[in-house]
Design a protein around this ligand. Structure first.
Ligand code: 6LW
Length: 531
């Protein structure tokens, strides 16, 4: 009889098992019956390698900036979702050794002081700057003799400060001087993924946790973690590594790819969160992105004595359905500028510290006046360029330009730039005619559209993006815009041009080998993201 009951009970259980979907957490789909609470990326556009710290219920976040100046934007938020830029850590030429080439930063707050540690790659290496107010001013650089990139600064409870970089060598430092006060010891070997980097150390429940990125910053990117009772190790890998990645089958269909390079923060309500970056593609297969790596946010559950679990299954969704901190929206920035301010807004950037006399912000007239230097965009140095990041897959950027070149070498216009490759809609003079040309330059390959002869007066220039392509058009005297060229967005994507940046749209002038005599006067600029 007992056996019969067992048999019947088994019969009841077997269908339940066979109906159960694959219990592998990687394939868990979001429950769409729960309402969307926020969307990723939380900071759109080329804002990679995020690092975050908290002071009470204020959050501060920084990103890497490579050749752009000012470097390392600082964002503020009350809820980790709505961010507003409040300054830059690197805004004086004196803070860097000549050229700027800033890789991943870490921001930390300790006993009333903010610290931002990063690398000026090939121009001095690792250094940190400090500030009492994260909006600035930040101090001069304090150099730290550590090899490789992605330095992390960890303050232990006993007041000691440590630096670890992508070589996973740890050293105790004197936080006043940056000098090493211990030997460097390699404390971890990573889990074996390519490009192990981006370490951060946290202390929780008596463990030192060492989190890192592996796999490289493309599709195979991942976040891994190990822990030890001793800061010097040995570190034991989390058996559930990687804790976040889209390299697997479940992640491959997600709109955000290449997730990794993370930092973890405990919020003022004790909830845990991870910031990390990922990119949104503008093509089908294989993926190409133009916006660069963007800052995303996902919840973390981190039980006492246990390992952190990221967003349930290690994934990042665009539509997030997790309870948030109370939302405190920030005022939407207008994408329009009439140049009625004496210096560029925080979202404007130069390539390298600029030659200031090539830029005049004439607030009274409402003009930005650019003088072309001898440099072309893409040449080593600081061309006469100022721009902002594209932050939307679909966008339009429009400007009004007054430019009547006197010589054939003088050129000015609006441009899309990524790692030295650039797509320009610009004015040049040829045989006494003022011509409008679209020039597409990728590496040594240059394409010039059929020139359009302009009538006298200002010209409105427009670049639109619809995802897979860019559309270049112009208008004069209030007439409708006429399209003169289209270009495949892949040719200026990060996958094509290389490096770690996304596309910026900017205003420029060049004398193509000699300084221009004629200045380019920009009356206004407008950027619109299209949902
Ligand atoms: C950065 C490294 C990375 O220093 O890419 O994706 C490098 N992660 O950690 C450049 O951003």
């Amino acid at each position: 009889m007992k056996n019969l009951f067992t048999f019947i009970a088994l019969l009841a259980i077997i269908p339940a098992f066979s109906q159960q979907k694959n219990p592998n957490p990687w394939v868990m789909a979001p429950d769409t019956s729960i309402e969307v609470t926020y969307k990723n990326p939380v900071i759109p556009g080329f804002y990679p390698d995020p690092s975050v710290c908290r002071v009470d219920d204020d959050y501060y976040l920084v990103n890497s900036t490579f050749e752009y100046f000012p470097g390392v934007p600082v964002f503020h938020s009350k809820d980790l979702i709505n961010w507003k830029q409040i300054g830059h850590c690197i805004e004086r030429e004196g803070q860097i050794n000549g050229e700027i080439n800033i890789f991943a930063p870490t921001i930390r707050h300790h006993e009333g002081t903010f610290y931002m540690i990063t690398t000026n790659v090939t121009h001095g290496g690792n250094f940190f700057v400090t500030a009492k107010d994260p909006a600035g001013p930040w101090s001069d650089a304090i150099w730290v003799d550590m090899p490789e990139i992605d330095p992390d600064l960890f303050f232990d409870e006993d007041g000691k400060a440590y630096v670890i970089t992508s070589k996973f060598e740890l050293a105790e430092i004197d936080i006043e001087t940056g000098k090493l006060v211990s030997e460097r010891h390699k404390i971890w070997n990573s889990t074996g993924g390519r490009y192990p980097e981006a370490p951060h150390i946290y202390k929780k429940d008596g463990f030192y946790y060492l989190m890192a990125a592996e796999g490289g910053t493309e599709e195979a990117h991942m976040v891994t973690i190990a822990r030890s009772h001793n800061i010097w190790g040995p570190y034991i890998d989390n058996p559930a590594n990687p804790i976040a990645t889209h390299v697997n089958h479940a992640g491959m269909g997600k709109p955000i790819q290449g997730i990794g390079h993370a930092d973890i923060i405990q919020a003022h309500d004790d909830s845990w969160w991870m910031v990390l970056h990922g990119y949104r593609s503008v093509t089908g297969y294989p993926p190409h992105h133009i916006l660069g790596r963007e800052t995303c946010l996902v919840p973390v559950s981190w039980p006492q004595g246990g390992w952190p679990v990221v967003n349930g299954n290690g994934s990042v969704n665009v539509e997030m359905r997790h309870q948030t901190l109370p939302l405190v929206p920030v005022k939407e920035k207008s994408g329009r500028t009439d140049f009625d301010f004496p210096k560029p807004g925080l979202d404007w950037n130069y390539i390298q510290p600029p030659q200031q006399d090539n830029f005049l912000f004439d607030a009274k007239e409402g003009h930005l006046i650019i003088t072309g230097s001898e440099l072309q965009i893409g040449e080593k140095g600081n061309p006469s360029f100022i721009g902002r990041r594209l932050t939307d897959i679909q966008f339009s950027a429009t400007t009004r330009l007054l430019f009547d070149p006197k010589k054939a070498n003088e050129e000015a216009g609006m441009t899309l730039v990524n790692n030295g490759s650039h797509f320009d809609i610009m004015i040049q003079k040829e045989n006494e005619k003022r011509l409008l040309i679209v020039k597409l330059q990728f590496g040594q390959t240059i394409y010039r559209s059929t020139p359009v002869e302009l009538s006298p007066g200002y010209v409105d220039l427009k670049i639109e993006g619809n995802g897979p392509e860019f559309i270049f058009s112009y208008a004069q005297k209030g007439n409708d815009f006429k399209t003169i060229e289209k270009a495949d967005a892949r040719f200026i994507s990060t996958q094509t041009v290389g490096w770690f940046t996304g596309v910026c749209v900017g205003l420029y002038a060049t004398g193509n080998g000699q300084r221009s005599e004629t200045t380019a006067v920009y009356d206004w600029f407008e950027y619109k993201g299209i949902e």
